[in-house]
Design a protein around this ligand. Structure first.
Ligand code: ZN
Ligand code: ZN
Length: 358
């Protein structure tokens, strides 16, 4: 899968900085909209009266959180990159030539030569499983590999041992993962197929939701944490887009950064998939705080946990409900913290999300 930043910026750098850029673009878009009084969930007067912090300190707070987040994210990606390099001991790149020597019953003497260009699909796990087949990796530009072959470490004929990386055209018909060549010739990103990436994103969403629900709820129940950390986010009783990530830096670290890291690691997604996932999560979070009930907003159509749902949580009577964020209301519903609401039209224009108490 080619991406527009291919060859310019690494996936890791994109995973760190794209969500920040996307945040300001999407929140900025909401900020420059005209007042739109007939779609607001709170009146402008209410926003002025109830919010306890001016816009400029919200902007400063968000920037501070994003700096901390970028540093931690960068460190995490570096670690993952290091782990991936360990999984690619052959340093297979787009210019590696692969000479497949098939042994075993079906094709005793067939020797095939193929050039592994960008997009060749291999899977290390599957390769290892096919013990009957062998492969020689030859890459004149790959000094480390050439040296190993010259040293005869992998057999006098330069044949890789069976339990090492193997490749055969058989795998071309059963692609499991894709090798994309990178700007730097010593790196290989193994990018899974689209359905696998979608499954990984769904897993990441569930992990993120679970982490955030329990940490968020605990920060309301623990008086010390609420007073000194989470209450900062609730200074915006009437949320607006730019305030979506207005949190105490510790909360940003605990809720968003650790939550993001956990989703990333548990789902097993690549940095490239993470760029999509993190940007989506950021857009969703901004949208949940936009304070507008605009017709045709796809988040309002596809997510029960949306702007009005989270607005309930920001209202003074609603702070003990609707902790779920950012994607699904599952945990609220399972654990009895779900507060249904009705969306009423205000006489003076706009809407009001009103708690429905049993
Ligand atoms: Zn809260
Ligand atoms: Zn919020």
């Amino acid at each position: 899968m080619m991406v527009f930043w291919e060859g310019y910026v690494s996936d890791e750098a994109m995973g760190t900085f794209a969500p920040i850029v996307v945040y300001w673009l999407y929140a900025g878009f909401y900020q420059v909209l005209p007042p739109l009084d007939s779609y607001r969930l709170h009146t402008r007067k209410e926003e002025e009266e109830k919010n306890l912090v001016p816009l400029w300190s919200v902007v400063k707070g968000v920037l501070l959180q994003q700096i901390v987040q970028a540093i931690v994210a960068h460190g995490l990606f570096l670690r993952k990159q290091w782990a991936e390099q360990k999984c690619n001991p052959w340093e297979i790149t787009g210019s590696t030539q692969l000479v497949a020597v098939c042994r075993g019953s079906e094709s005793e003497s067939s020797v095939r030569e193929q050039r592994a260009v960008s997009g060749v699909r291999i899977c290390y796990g599957a390769l290892r499983a096919q013990r009957a087949k062998r492969v020689v990796l030859f890459d004149p530009e790959n000094e480390r590999l050439s040296r190993k072959l010259a040293e005869g470490k992998y057999g006098s004929d330069g044949v890789v041992e069976e339990d090492e990386v193997l490749l055969d055209s058989w795998y071309r018909q059963r692609p499991l993962v894709e090798v994309t060549s990178q700007a730097s010739s010593s790196e290989v990103t193994v990018q899974p197929s689209l359905p696998i990436q979608i499954v990984q994103i769904v897993i990441a969403m569930l992990v993120m939701d679970t982490w955030q629900y329990f940490v968020h709820r605990y920060m309301h129940q623990n008086k010390f944490l609420y007073r000194h950390v989470h209450s900062q986010h609730h200074r915006l009783v009437v949320p607006y887009a730019i305030g979506a990530l207005y949190n105490h830096p510790l909360e940003g670290l605990l809720l968003d950064t650790f939550g993001g890291a956990l989703s990333f690691l548990v789902s097993g997604m690549t940095a490239r998939t993470a760029v999509i996932f993190f940007c989506f999560a950021v857009i969703k979070t901004v949208d949940d705080h936009c304070g507008l009930w605009l017709p045709g907003n796809i988040f309002h159509l596809f997510f029960q946990n949306n702007t009005a749902y989270h607005d309930i949580h920001h209202q003074l009577q609603g702070t003990k409900y609707n902790y779920s964020q950012p994607f699904f209301p599952i945990w609220d519903k399972l654990l009895g913290t779900h507060m249904p609401y009705r969306l009423l039209k205000r006489a003076e224009g706009g809407f009001e999300a009103r708690l429905v108490k049993d």
